[in-house]
Design a protein around this ligand. Sequence first.
Ligand code: EPZ
Length: 463
Amino acid sequence: MAAQNLLLCLTKEQTDFTEENFFGCLLKLRRENVLEKYVIRGGRRLSGEIEVSGAKNAAVALIPAVLLCDEPCVLENVPDISDVSISLRIMYEMGAKVEYLDKTTVRISAEGLKNFCVPYESARRMRASYYFLGALLGRFSKARVSMPGGCPLGDRPIDQHLKAFSALGAKCNIEYGMVDLYAEHLRGSQIYLDVVSVGATMNAMLAAVRADGLTVIENAAKEPHIVDLANFLNSMGADIMGAGTDVIKIRGVKNLHGTTYSVVPDQIEAGTFMVAAAATGGDVLIKNVIPKHLEPITSKLRKIGVNVDEYDDSVRVWVDGPLVRTNIKTMPHPGFPTDMQPQMATLLTLAEGTSIVTEGVWEQRFRYVDELRRMGADISVDGKVAVIEGTGKLTGAPVKACDLRAGAALIIAGLAAKGITEIEDIYHIERGYGNLVEKLRKVGADIQKVTSPVATMREAVSG
Ligand code: EPZ
């Protein structure tokens, strides 16, 4: 890894550059390339309190948004996850100053930054690197970023992003795996999104905030992280109205200024912990949440017999009876979130009766089902529909995470299963869940993160 990345790693981990810290950091980086697993002994009821972190899907948009001003911005409640580390590393590699003030607060300054090209290797590692397109276009009227990576959920085009950029006056060209944007002059425009797209909505906002005149985005996505980006940009002096509805109006401003802003709590991390509490028959208070953002998840959990008590900034999830079947169709917010589909499907394997889960957003979001079948789940999948026969129980097995939320589902299955579950490819999970083992152990889960080779994973758990 380039020395400068190492430096960034040190910046986060240590403030004083000493030989000991340097080698400590080297060791950590080496560990990142060593096979790591979660080993879970299931069957324990979760109980106690869990604190939710800032939202991944907000943070990965707010970090590039700092490029839109020449003053330092301080982001609070930043989640400790690898997608954020990659976003910060890209900022650092482009010449921004990045400094961790504490574990969840980072100060970023793009003052004097001239670079409009994002390094290929870093950008292709995640989906959210496409936000650098909108932010760089908004700052320089040009941008050069690799085509994005991200979870393998089927076709993940960016045609709506490019449609938005073109409407604002940019010419778009894709060659050698890079997206090139150039605009003589960015001017406000009417943008109608053919598909409700979170990414395209965010990117249109980023590109439009400093364009001349009024931009209207119609058929906009309404997720909580869309509202969070609009609030962040407005705190920098932007003029955005309507975020959270399907029509967003943006009056371009000449300049933006620095700000201090706290990332919105993660709706999906909160939902994941709610489902984990339900799957283990537990009683957990999930803190640092916005209950309104959880409504689609809360209503489904209540429907299957889970109790959910809502407070100002927390929810209590507890179970006092059998779980029963239900049907779910994932949709853009405020529908049931697609990023909660694998976790909810896992819970429904424990409910009595036959449930039907329809994936309304992605083409292929049932790849985790094969792994659940290893644990005794009875699920049949036909295209975008999964039919789940609730067996009421799961048994532990060695399984692999195939993407971020699939990995979260396997953790939930392992927590509920009888026996030991070993989950490989946990790097997928650590893209979006920070300090997960620590948080789950705090509410009674028997979960370890082990580095293979270990004589046997079972020794790791019983050791
Ligand atoms: C964001 O992905 C999230 N990722 C995803 O979360 C989430 O599943 C998705 O929104 C839907 O909520 C981030 O925010 C980093 P979309 P994004 O554009 O922006 C189609 C997770 O687990 N589409 O809203 O890529 C697309 O194929 C991740 O945290 C086009 O056709 O999703 C899909 O069917 C996984 N053309 C639908 O729209 C485009 O130009 C929704 O995609 C863009 C999208």
